[in-house]
Design a protein around this ligand. Sequence first.
Ligand code: GRF
Length: 197
Amino acid sequence: MSDKLKFKLAILASGKGSNALNIISYFKNHSDIEIAFVLSNNPEAEVLKRCEESGVETYVFHRKQFYETNQVLEFLEEEKIDFLVLAGFLWLIPENILHAFHDRIINIHPALLPDFGGKGMYGKNVHAAVLQSGVKESGITVHLVNEKYDEGKIIFQKTCGVDENETAASLSQKIKTLEHENYPGVIEKYILEKEII
Ligand code: GRF
């Protein structure tokens, strides 16, 4: 455990933000973990409005700032952020941030990695590929983030069945429920039980 009062987390999200909001609500009044910011590359993202309404500060950056400057990293360091949590964030994390947050960036993927991952595998594309493959199970994967899409160390998986008459929409709903039920607790366990260097 660090000598600080709480571990400070920043969520990176650029979509609707159902996971981000669920994580925020889970850690509200938590004794050891605080959600300090939600960061997004998309100023129009619904997640930003919803987070502001729930009282969490937001920070928006653009592509050039992210990939060609240290501004985002400097912001995270100034704010003493300990961990990054990705929740619907589609860009690769640049080397400067990966290096500074080694083993401290967590992502969730809506399928059972290593299958159905990689570039372009997000949202409905994932569920469509799962259905097309004919597999009888899908699920969620929580993993650490490295320089490649969906290839970091897996820290948690949970499965669900794929029914005969499953559609991408119904599978997506099942997966969202699994995500909401599990992601905050997995984040909590990883942060509190991992040895912090
Ligand atoms: C989730 O399905 C997650 O697995 C993926 O992006 C989606 C984000 O959904 N990484 P939401 O914006 O949290 O609703």
